[in-house]
Design a protein around this ligand. Structure first.
Ligand code: UT7
Length: 322
């Protein structure tokens, strides 16, 4: 049996920080409201001209260094992003060029906040099928570019950043299972309605920015993530107490706490970065993973459950032995 093993992790956040107090100057909100309703106190924002690929490159370099891998080792590049640098080539191809990787498959995955979980699921299948041996999997976003900074319902929630892992074929587990889902029925609850084909008018703010029915998304996120926990444990025949760490998508501390309760996981075994990063969409899970690996909380051999929920709706989980 061949497993997909995480050889190294990396993360990168742009230097510029936007605090809740700064947001109070921009829209009718308060630090108290944002903290209480979301758990967010600040988020990082890319500078003008700093792109998703710029963030992805730094996270990828750190992951490759942690894994002890060079550009010649990588034979698959996947970037999960909703905010690519350009229409084409894909951000994965742009990243490949930056890193001096030549010839292997490179492509983007668009599953919004679940993007990294999808990307890791795809990489796992490539590796287990023998189609790749060592993959670079990145979640990277400049969500700030598609946020309406005059809309208090959404602008307080999001931030920019990138997280990455290098995964390789191994005889030791490894990724135990990936569960990926989507239901396009809920498109209208969370979306950026404009696009290349339909068109949008960024100046007029028509269709170019995140639109969300927050409360409905919240309820769906809580019930769906509760279900994915049960599904993941049931599918693998393992109990709640077998999971050492929950690494959730970082959208809202109240959603994270609800999932932790479902898993009967004490909060000191839940990786929380939403307070410092906000919701970085596809970057949030790999950034949280990297944070807890680098500060020594997550150790080799421990069992991790990663989960995410986002626009689509999309949702999924990855269960693995680190
Ligand atoms: O990552 C993809 C998935 N996304 C998510 O999971 C996000 C899910 N949704 C949420 O996290 C929450 O629904 C929000 C944080 C977006 C909103 O929290 P809520 O507890 O659901 O609040 P609400 O939308 O029900 O609004 C409550 C009140 C409203 O005022 P009224 O109508 O009660 O007078 C809003 O207008 O809070 C008001 N409000 C704000 N007040 C101050 C909404 N945004 C703000 C704000 N500052 N930024």
């Amino acid at each position: 049996m061949k497993y997909t093993h995480i050889a190294g992790t990396g993360g990168f956040l742009p230097e510029k920080v936007l605090t809740n107090h700064q947001l109070e100057e921009m829209v009718d909100t308060s630090d108290e409201w944002i903290l209480e309703r979301t758990g967010i106190s600040k988020r990082h924002i890319a500078e003008d001209g700093q792109t998703t690929c710029d963030l992805a490159e730094q996270a990828a370099r750190r992951a490759m260094e942690a894994a002890g891998k060079g550009s010649y080792d990588i034979d698959l590049v996947i970037v999960a992003t909703t905010t690519p640098d350009q229409v084409f080539p894909s951000t994965a191809c742009l990243l490949q060029q930056r890193l001096g990787i030549h010839g292997c498959a490179a492509f983007d995955i668009q599953a919004v906040c679940t993007g990294f979980i999808y990307a890791l699921g795809v990489a796992d299948n490539f590796i287990r099928a023998g189609s790749a041996r060592c993959a670079l999997v990145v979640g990277a976003e400049t969500l700030s570019r598609i946020v309406d900074w005059s809309d208090r319902d959404t602008c307080v929630l999001f931030g920019d950043g990138a997280g990455a892992v290098v995964v390789e074929a191994s005889d030791e587990p490894g990724i135990i299972s990936t569960r990926l889902h989507a239901d396009g029925e809920y498109e209208s609850l969370l979306r950026v309605p404009g696009g290349i084909s339909k068109g949008f008018d960024k100046e007029a703010g028509m269709g170019a920015f995140v639109e969300m029915r927050g409360n409905e998304v919240f309820k769906m996120a809580v019930t769906t993530l509760g279900r994915i926990v049960d599904e993941t444990l049931g599918h693998n025949g393992i109990g709640k107490s077998d999971v050492d760490w929950l690494i959730p998508h970082q959208a809202n501390i109240r959603i994270i706490k609800a999932t932790a309760r479902k898993l009967r996981m004490p909060m000191d075994h839940v990786v929380v970065t939403v307070d410092e990063h906000g919701n970085t969409s596809a970057a949030s899970v790999p950034l949280a993973l990297d944070t807890a690996v680098r500060d020594g909380r997550i150790k080799r051999g421990e069992t991790l459950l990663m989960e995410a929920f986002g626009g689509g709706f999309t949702w999924g989980s990855v269960l693995l032995k680190y």
